[in-house]
Design a protein around this ligand. Structure first.
Ligand code: UDP
Ligand code: MG
Length: 190
């Protein structure tokens, strides 16, 4: 039972904060019964951004950009690796352009549940009802093409391993709290 209860990292990115969507986003997690066990507003610098988004992400950004380019029918002359590197630099600028709200959420299968509520990376493909699908619509292809960073409002850890690493990067142990919420009475009745 205990091992099914997970913690995951969520970040409301600078576009979410500036668009005053923080309350709306947080309430979606609260409404499904996920517990906020840590939260803070921080304005990260480029060094920290590179710890959160290491360069190893570049092939993923390249892949996702070209998936959108192919779907939309955009042809670019620039080399694939350069496109990915450009998208990465733009991502670092985007994530450091204003304060973000970082939080740790706890619940049963929290990592997967949060990803479900967040929606897929490229908002033009994110299902309605998800945070990305309901509050933005751009594609990662458009973002890379316009050199604006993939503005999709929110970050959520992708796996349990990623969550563990990311939580220890963003939060000290004494910034995370253990307490009982009313939902605990429903999900852990015994
Ligand atoms: N991103 C981007 N261009 C892309 C793909 C992703 O700018 O082609 C950005 C976007 O903000 C995304 C972040 O990079 O949220 C991390 O990418 P990842 O593949 O981990 O997506 P996520 O896990 O956030 O859905
Ligand atoms: Mg990710």
């Amino acid at each position: 039972m205990k091992e099914m209860i997970e913690r995951t990292l969520v970040i409301i990115k600078p576009d979410g904060v500036k668009r005053s969507l923080s309350g709306e986003i947080i309430s979606r997690f609260e409404k499904v019964g996920l517990k906020i066990v840590g939260m803070k507003m921080v304005w990260i610098n480029k060094d920290f951004a590179k710890k959160h988004y290491p360069e190893a992400l570049i092939p993923v950004l390249t892949e996702k950009t070209f998936l959108d380019y192919d779907a939309i029918g955009i042809k670019v002359n620039e080399k694939r690796e350069l496109v990915g590197k450009g998208a990465y630099e733009d991502l670092l600028k985007y994530i450091t352009e204003g304060p973000v709200i970082a939080m740790v959420l706890e619940g049963v299968h929290a990592v997967e549940v949060v990803r479900k509520l967040v929606g897929s990376t490229s908002p033009y493909k994110s299902a309605p009802g998800t945070i990305r699908g309901d509050f933005t619509h751009i594609s990662m292809g458009y973002a890379t093409y316009k050199k604006m960073g993939g503005r999709n409002l929110i970050h959520a850890s992708g796996t349990v391993e990623e969550a563990k690493k990311e939580i220890s990067l963003w939060f000290k142990d004494n910034e995370l709290h253990s307490f009982k919420s009313v939902h605990d009475e429903h999900i852990m009745p015994n």
